[in-house]
Structures are given as structure tokens and as C-alpha cells.
Ligand binder design. Structure first.
Ligand code: IFM
Length: 443
């Protein structure tokens, strides 16, 4: 059993979330090549070389998928538009691509779902990647232009707007750790990408305002950074991890300032006159979104490359991603975000969920671990609300099993099981638990 709607404030929004490249099937509808297609084409970058060419075939099956969301009783659907579908070369409109989202948004409204749109969930058009991608300042101008087109076409019907999903993943995970496209391991590339993706956020906010849009927010991801032991070096290491992961982007967006702790290393790599961008980056927002999954235990590792950190295994139960289940981190970030960055601005948990070990057996997919995960994290949200934090909604990640990036199709986060041969969707026990919690009449 999950806590029910009635355990949350009136008008609290419950939603399910996905992203374009992870579910749509990128080979359909005239979409352009993206840096994820090229990244996945190099053996070893993704599990079994898998990519998002077909994914869940949501491009053709979206009516069924929206039916599932509505039937569970969710209020809102958080989805993303694919830049490379709407503008295959990052610049030129593909009407077929825009029409897809036009139909999709209408489909949400027909089912009583509030469309929560994210403009960038990682599939950068290859033509822009060829010119340096997020290392190139011009990409931020192209992104603002794309934003304007989407706002003009869909703006009359979209309920909320987020420019970028998880800037840490776009920049650090992809340009310093090399785990995501474009797969670089370079401090200068990473620092420039960090600043440019934050600037892209600000420029998109400006473009949305110019197009008359309200309910504009941001979505950052957070990992609860815990010292691996009680030594001063572990405390310092955890603080550094926290600054890179959890404070850089929100600091820029909400305070117009990056963490002082990072600047001695970052400053030489920042683009010229970066300080002049901070007022755009700090454009006022209507809400702030937090994606939260896990904690990390951090220790100093002087022999490794800067930031000289390593992750140490913890003692809590882990998900199939090897991520510890640590709901107190979600309360921590909701409380800290309100206290230090956002004040009374509405906060949304824009992603939360787990990859589980469940299997489909005789048409039944039982996932008690996921129900327990959601339960614990919903309680963590309630704890923050009890501390007077203005939490306005929660989105489960994810509606359905999908392309988990470098992990391919092996890691399953869905409320719906997807058979990646037949593409059939089957509700898991967690889907039914959500339907019960939200008061929907399903099976
Ligand atoms: O699947 C991803 C999603 O694309 C971004 N947030 C984290 C999820 C789980 O790893």
C-alpha cells in the first residue's frame, strides 16, 4: 500500500514521467541523428550497443500509453520534446516532428492530464554536437530558438515548462566522467559545458517569457553526499562532491553564483566574461524540480585525478543500479532547497523511482521492492511538508520500462513492464498500487 492522495495537501499533483529518446523510437518521424546515436554506435559505450532507435515505440503507441497514465489516476504527465525530432539539424523545423507533440499534448488534455514539458532530455542533434555541442556557446542560442518554436506551437496548452533535465548529467557525467554522450573525460570541456547548459537554461527561460509562458521552472538532480567515515578528509570530500553535484547548477539559477569551493579549479576553464551571463542564468522561476534517487558515501582519494574522490559501498539495500535506497536524502534536499535557495517557491519531485529485479511471469509482474521504495520516498516528501516546505507535486520515474542510456534496456524503472520484442505493456503491481493510492478504478 502507498500513502493516498488524502495524505497530501489538497491540489498536490501526482504524475508519471518519461523522456523522448528513452521511449519514442528515434528512427521514426524524420528525427535527426543525435549524439546518443553516435555514442551508442561505438562498441562498449552502451550495453550491447543498444540505442533508442525503437525504444518503446511510443511514437506509434502514445494513445495507449496516455490511457495507462490516465487510468492510474495521475494528474499530470512529465514528458520531453526531442530537439532532434523537431529540428533534425538543430536549426531547421521538421513539421512532422512538431505535429507529433501537437497530437501528444492534445491527447493529454483529452484525458485530463496536465502536460509538463521538458525541452532537453539529452538528445543533442549531431549537427550541433559536430560544432562542439555544449562546449560551444552558440548551442545556447540554438536552444533558445528551438524553445521559441516549441513555445509558439504548444504554449497555449502546456501546463508547465522545464528547459533542461538534470544539467549535472548533461555536463559532468558526459564531459568529465565520460559515461554519457559525448563521452568525454576532460575538465575544460566539462566546466564549459556546465556553464553553457546553465546559460541555456536561462536563455530558454527568457524565450519562454518572451512567448508569454508562465509556470516556468528548472529540474536538477541531487545525490545525498555522505562522508564515507568520520575523518576530516572524508567530510571535505563529501563537501566537494556536494558542490559539484548538488550546488553548482541550483546556485547559478537561484543565486546567480557558483560555489566558491570550485572556482579555483574551474575558473581557468570558464568561458570569457562568464560573469556577464549570471543575470540571465538567474532569471526568475515559478517552480523548482528535484530529481532524487540515492545517496553516495564519499571518501578522499588523493591518487586519483581531481576532485580526488571515490565512492565507498554503503550498508543500505540497493536497487538494480547498485544505488542505495536512502529516502532521508529526499527530505534533506527538499528542506535544504527551500531553506537555502528557493524560499516559498513551489517544489516538485520531478523524478523518483528505482530499477528492480522483477520479471514478467505468466502475465504477472510483481514488484514489491518498487512499492516499498515509493512508499518510503512519499513518506520523505510528507516529512518535508510537515516541516513547512512548499512541496506541490511528485512524479514517479518512470511510466514504463525504457532505454536506460548506457545501461540499455536491462535496467527496468517502469510501472508498466515492456516486452522489448513484442513491445507489449503489462502493468506491474506498483502500477496497481499507484492506482489504488490515487483512487482510480482499474482492475
Ligand atoms: O532514466 C534516467 C532519466 O533519464 C534521468 N534521471 C534518472 C533516470 C534513471 O537513471
Amino acid at each position: 500500500m502507498l500513502p493516498t492522495r488524502f495524505d497530501f495537501p489538497k491540489n498536490f499533483i501526482f504524475g508519471a514521467a518519461t523522456s523522448s529518446y528513452q521511449i519514442e523510437g528515434h528512427q521514426f518521424g524524420g528525427a535527426g541523428s543525435t549524439h546518443w546515436d553516435s555514442f551508442a554506435s561505438a562498441p562498449g559505450n552502451t550495453a550491447f550497443g543498444q540505442n533508442g532507435a525503437v525504444a518503446c515505440d511510443h511514437y506509434h503507441r502514445w494513445p495507449e500509453d496516455l490511457d495507462w497514465i490516465a487510468a492510474a489516476g495521475f494528474d499530470s504527465y512529465r514528458f520531453s520534446t526531442s530537439w532532434a525530432r523537431i529540428m533534425p539539424d538543430g536549426r531547421t523545423l521538421n513539421p512532422e516532428g512538431m505535429d507529433f507533440y501537437d497530437r501528444l499534448v492534445d491527447g493529454m488534455l483529452e484525458r485530463g492530464l496536465k502536460p509538463a514539458l521538458t525541452l532537453y532530455h539529452w538528445e543533442l542533434p549531431s549537427a550541433l554536437s559536430d560544432k562542439g555541442g555544449w562546449q560551444n556557446r552558440d548551442t545556447t542560442a540554438r536552444f533558445a530558438d528551438y524553445t521559441t518554436h516549441v513555445a509558439q506551437k504548444l504554449g497555449d496548452r502546456v501546463w508547465s515548462w522545464a528547459p533542461v533535465n538534470e544539467p549535472w548529467c548533461v555536463a559532468w557525467l558526459s564531459h568529465f566522467l565520460g559515461h554519457h554522450a559525448p563521452g568525454l573525460r576532460d575538465i575544460r570541456a566539462a566546466v564549459r559545458a556546465m556553464h553553457h547548459i546553465t546559460l541555456a537554461h536561462g536563455r530558454a527561460v527568457e524565450a519562454l517569457r518572451a512567448a508569454g509562458r508562465h509556470t516556468v521552472g528548472a529540474v536538477c538532480n541531487f545525490e545525498y553526499s555522505l562522508p564515507a567515515d568520520d575523518t576530516p578528509s572524508a567530510a571535505k570530500a563529501a563537501q566537494l562532491y556536494d558542490a559539484i553535484y548538488n550546488r553548482f547548477f541550483i546556485g547559478g539559477m537561484m543565486k546567480g553564483r557558483y560555489p566558491d569551493l570550485l572556482m579555483p579549479v574551474f575558473e581557468p576553464h570558464m568561458p570569457t566574461n562568464w560573469q556577464d551571463d549570471m543575470s540571465v542564468i538567474q532569471s526568475p522561476l515559478d517552480w523548482f524540480g528535484l530529481n532524487y534517487y540515492t545517496c553516495k558515501r564519499i571518501a578522499a582519494d588523493p591518487d586519483s585525478v581531481w576532485p580526488h574522490l571515490k565512492e565507498v559501498n554503503g550498508h543500505l539495500p540497493q536497487t538494480e543500479m547498485g544505488w542505495e535506497i536512502c529516502p532521508e536524502g529526499l527530505s534533506h534536499f527538499l528542506i535544504r532547497t527551500a531553506a537555502e535557495y528557493t524560499g516559498d517557491l513551489p517544489l516538485y519531485v520531478t523524478e523518483n523511482g528505482m530499477a528492480g529485479p522483477e520479471r514478467l511471469i505468466d502475465g504477472i509482474c510483481d514488484d514489491p521492492e518498487r512499492i516499498s521504495y515509493y512508499h518510503q520516498h512519499l513518506d520523505a516528501v510528507r516529512h518535508a511538508i510537515a516541516q513547512d516546505v512548499n512541496v506541490a507535486g511528485y512524479y514517479a520515474w518512470s511510466l514504463m520500462d525504457n532505454y536506460e542510456w548506457a545501461f540499455g534496456y536491462e535496467k527496468r524503472f517502469g510501472l508498466l513492464h515492456v516486452d522489448f520484442d513484442s513491445l507489449q505493456r503489462t502493468p506491474k503491481a506498483s502500477y496497481q498500487a499507484w492506482a489504488n493510492a490515487l483512487g482510480a478504478q482499474t482492475c
